[in-house]
Design a protein around this ligand. Sequence first.
Ligand SMILES: Nc1ncnc2c1ncn2[C@@H]1O[C@H](COP(=O)(O)OP(=O)(O)OP(=O)(O)O)[C@@H](O)[C@H]1O
Ligand SMILES: [Mg+2]
Length: 516
Amino acid sequence: MGRVHKVVSDTKNLLSNITYVFRHVAKGKVRVLLGILAIQAITAFVPFIGSFLQGEIINTLVKVVSGQGQINYLWTLVGANLIMDTVPQLIYTVSGFLTMDLRFHIERFVNIAIAQKRAALDVATIESPEGNDLMSKIDENGQWRLNSMVSTTVYFISSAITLITSSAILISHEWWLIIIILLGTIPEFVTDIRYDKHVWNIHDAKAQVRRRYYNIRQHFGWIPYLIELKLFGLAQSFIDRAMVLFTQFQRDELNNHKLRSFYRIITQAIAQITLGIASIVYIKSVLEGKIQIGTLTFLLSSLARFRGSFSSILSNISDMYDNHQYISDYVRFMELEPMIKNPQPGLKPVGEKSPKIEFDGVWFKYPGTKNYILKDINLTIEPGEMIALVGINGAGKSTLLKLLFRFYDPTKGTIRVNGVDMKEIEMTWWQSQLGVLLQDYANYRFLTKEVIHLGDTSKKLLMPEVEKAAKKGEAHGFIKKWEKGYDQMLGKEFTGGFEPSIGQWQKLALSRLFLS
Ligand SMILES: Nc1ncnc2c1ncn2[C@@H]1O[C@H](COP(=O)(O)OP(=O)(O)OP(=O)(O)O)[C@@H](O)[C@H]1O
Ligand SMILES: [Mg+2]
């Protein structure tokens, strides 16, 4: 009973994920989607007409040879068959274009949606283990899985049309045969679903191992890491580690696949036997004069289509199932709610002058951890006052700043800006008031003047302003010496790009601050 329940709930989730993809991701492309579906329906159906015509041609030919048939009817059939042959080729071209259009749309949509979601989420959620985990899973998989879900659903529908049509044709002659054929396919169906599920479980259980592998692989991608690998002579030992991890996550899957292949051979043989029985019954019907030879060829080709579409449906279902596990992550990510809530409407308690900032009995620990990083902090910073916060590594200096930016809320106590509780303040507005240069800051790969202008994009890019900021940030001197000066492209990974030194990057970041 529990198992049935599980299958039902799995199927429900699968269907809800498919609906999600079509509702959210493929929306705005309804016509393209309908076009693709129509084409799939035609391509699924046309072969039956083709093989029906071929059967008719043989039947008529037999009659004509024995002096009974009408030669004109025969030629009509041949013409119709020729036309039917060209139809798939014609629509295939159109279908290729439509599919590409849809694929591009989904790629664009998903990439932008993920970026927007990341930007909208708060730092607390992004830094949390759950948020982090979800993001790396999506980076590894999520995006192409959505595309794959759309195409497998379309293929599934097309295979289903073929399956239904061929079943209808087979039922019209010796209906009971279809029951035997279906019974013969059940073992294959069951083992396929079973082993697919297994693959997913293995995949899920090995997620950590895979993540560790990807982490090691990063050392071969990012240049500073790669340089360190070389200098410390670590490359070989890292390759060895990667090899161990790789084999670890592949081994179980490979074993699973071995078993599956073994069972597949057996279950396919069973299915094949039932098809053999059906062929014998049909041939006997011809011998007994119940059906004509042409009809036999039509039935046999329908039988082959039945079998083919059944196999495709199996692999479609297993692909869909696979995709759906990843899409669940995507949906979960898209539905993540920020941990830090922006007040509606928020206050803006700062005028021309810099504000008074108070930490009043502030305690803080990171969500999901035990130890308090900040314990009973009481600190008042008067307007215009300059202070330096000094402490050993890990003392909590950066953490205190994170509270000031409202990346996190205090676990206990209050932070006030001009007497207003930080939680009452309009968050994005507050963050735009701050000038910050963190330990880890961004090195933007744009033109030098643009990199500085990013400090305040609400103003127009004016060279005198940019140069003034660069002078304050002590960057003007070295920028002037660069061949293209403020028009120099930054980042050595781009053609014509120049790589500033680390100190120069820092001064560019500082100049950016002076612009804001
Ligand atoms: N996102 C996080 N989740 C959990 N713990 C964290 C997180 N970020 C920092 N910590 C922990 O909080 C403590 C304080 O870290 P913080 O970065 O505030 O120190 P710091 O004073 O800025 O140190 P440093 O001088 O090295 O920059 C450390 O023990 C650190 O391990
Ligand atoms: Mg720090």
